[in-house]
Design a protein around this ligand. Structure first.
Ligand SMILES: Cc1cc2nc3c(=O)[nH]c(=O)nc-3n(C[C@H](O)[C@H](O)[C@H](O)COP(=O)(O)OP(=O)(O)OC[C@H]3O[C@@H](n4cnc5c(N)ncnc54)[C@H](O)[C@@H]3O)c2cc1C
Length: 504
């Protein structure tokens, strides 16, 4: 750990800075708005004609886009996974590995992934590409709410997820193919309140014995010298990646496994889920009938990997006690200086509302494309909560994003420049920020969803969590199939488990 000057001294130094084009210190207000009851119906299905994200529309980036969208439908499966983002595909990947270790190779399980639109066209295909664990951020609040052990597990979950993904990229020799870049992350502190909060989180984590060796506090002078912005920062290890390419790699690995027979049907939305009466399923253990416009599918187990859209099929998850859709917006804009000046560092700022990083330059390019997302707070008081239409962008958010980098990094971005691409995507927010992981439980009817599981609600921070949360639900399903007891992994916060979330 390198704490160059006391944090208290930083407080005095954040003054007289350029006026940022976004609202600051509005997270508390966001949380208040989040608690309000929903005024509209539950989340609809993903809309058609979604905006074009850089990750999806780059030629050749999504070979699985229309996989299984035509032809015969897989009508009978052991496990139906709804959603082909990082959660759904990671679950298939983990199921294949678990079965390869413990399963009956002569009887591969039948698994299908059902996707409403093209492959990986939800949040995973349109996010910011940050793959960075929070290694002490929010520790004070989290530990006071859920205890020190769970706060430490929240860190363990994220560091483990990131290192597992990096290991997969390295061991498969695909680091470059997946665009994995290790540039660290600067969390810029724009206000005194943010500095004080970072200080509190750091000290609380330190007292709890969290390993903070890799944390570095930088003064605004140090940030200016190294990165060209005049704000103090907390620097931690971090990566960025091409999320769709990672998910495609995980899918191909699972599909090549002999431990399961894996099918993928894109452009096949699940519109309803109905129980199969015990009498009509005599001789088979199929419990659920999934309706799709292409025909029905019967399944013994169902995994909801639908994130923001979870409440469409699970009505009890509509509202602040469940998963609230919230629209995020991103622009891809060309920097005015070469990569040697920008470095490969990723950034977050303004309590995490804004996030950005320069992409690796491609052959023939001199200046990097920078992916920057955020600006939801420009739409306060509603913060784009309950907005699930990613076929359009919000002009107010777009304006904030266009102005942001030229103000934060004077001289490194051209003012008034139009982005090369702009898109939206839908995140799934929960009131504590934690995902729901485990069996689906409707508090009003606890036994009604037997065989259904969920991993969803990552609150805009899914890349360092979803892969491992999907592993936990994959373990639960495989253990149930094999008649074994599931043991909660050390790294999974107990507060993520659905059975511990019934009173929210
Ligand atoms: C703009 C934006 C920026 C973000 N930036 C970052 C970031 O930089 N770092 C980070 O860690 N996280 C980020 N996130 C959050 C991260 O992308 C998500 O947490 C993560 O991708 C969730 O993955 P998922 O597989 O659970 O959900 P998704 O990727 O959304 O996948 C769910 C899938 O389910 C499908 N689906 C929904 N309902 C049905 C149905 N009834 N039938 C069939 N299919 C259905 C959807 O079409 C979708 O493809 C961002 C999100 C957005 C939107």
């Amino acid at each position: 750990m390198q704490l160059s000057i006391p944090l208290s001294a930083l407080l005095l130094r954040i003054s007289a800075m350029a006026v940022l084009p976004v609202f600051l210190n509005v997270f508390a207000e966001h949380q208040e708005v989040f608690q309000l009851p929903p005024s509209g119906p539950r989340c609809p299905l993903p809309v058609p004609n979604s905006t074009a994200s850089f990750w999806i529309t780059t030629p050749g980036a999504n070979p699985l886009a229309k996989e299984g969208s035509e032809g015969p439908l897989t009508a009978d499966v052991d496990i139906a996974i709804i959603g082909s983002g990082i959660t759904g595909v990671s679950a298939a990947y983990h199921i294949s590995r678990l079965l390869a270790e413990t399963g009956d190779a002569a009887k591969p399980l039948k698994v299908v992934i059902l996707e409403a639109r093209d492959f990986c066209s939800g949040a995973t295909g349109r996010n910011g590409g940050h793959l960075t664990a929070n290694i002490f951020q929010d520790f004070a609040v989290y530990s006071s709410r859920f205890g020190t052990d769970d706060a430490k597990r929240a860190i363990a979950l994220e560091t483990r997820t990131v290192s597992e993904i990096v290991k997969i990229a390295n061991e498969s020799g695909k680091t470059d193919a997946l665009d994995l870049v290790s540039g660290g992350r600067n969390h810029l502190l724009f206000t005194d309140a943010e500095v004080a909060e970072a200080d509190l989180d750091y000290e609380t984590a330190k007292k709890a014995g969290v390993d903070l060796t890799d944390v570095e506090f930088l003064t605004k002078e140090q940030v200016q010298e190294r990165y060209g912005a005049s704000y103090p920062s907390v620097r931690t290890p971090g990566y960025n990646i091409w999320p769709l390419k990672l998910v495609s790699h995980l899918y191909t690995t699972a599909a090549n496994s002999s431990a399961l027979s894996l099918a993928l049907h894109t452009n096949t939305p699940v519109t309803t889920l109905m129980p199969i009466p015990a009498s009509s399923s005599a001789g088979s253990a199929r419990r659920w009938n999934l309706t799709t416009p292409r025909g029905p599918i019967s399944a013994s187990y169902v995994l909801h990997a639908t994130n923001a859209y979870a409440s469409h099929l699970l009505a009890h998850m509509h509202g602040p006690a469940g998963i609230v859709p919230s629209r995020g917006q991103i622009i891809a804009t060309r920097a005015a200086v070469p990569p040697s000046v920008l470095t490969t560092s990723a950034y977050t700022g303004n309590e995490g509302f804004e996030y950005w990083f320069p992409r690796p330059v491609e052959a023939g390019q001199e200046k990097p494309l920078v992916i920057i997302g955020g600006g939801r707070e420009a739409t306060k008081p509603k913060f784009e909560l309950y907005v699930s239409d990613d076929s359009v962008v919000n002009p107010g958010v777009g304006e904030a994003l266009r102005k942001f980098l030229p103000v934060v990094f004077p001289g490194k971005y051209e003012e008034g420049q139009e982005p090369e691409l702009e898109w939206t995507g839908i995140m799934g927010y929960t009131q504590t920020g934690d995902p729901f992981v485990g069996p689906v439980i409707d508090p009003a009817n606890p036994g009604a969803h037997k065989g259904q599981y969920i991993s969803a609600g990552y609150t805009g921070h899914g890349m360092p969590r979803a892969f491992s949360c999907a592993e936990a639900v994959a373990q639960m399903i495989v253990a149930d199939i094999q008649g074994k007891e599931w043991e909660v992994p050390d790294w999974l916060p107990r507060h993520h488990l659905t059975q511990n979330r019934l009173n929210e």
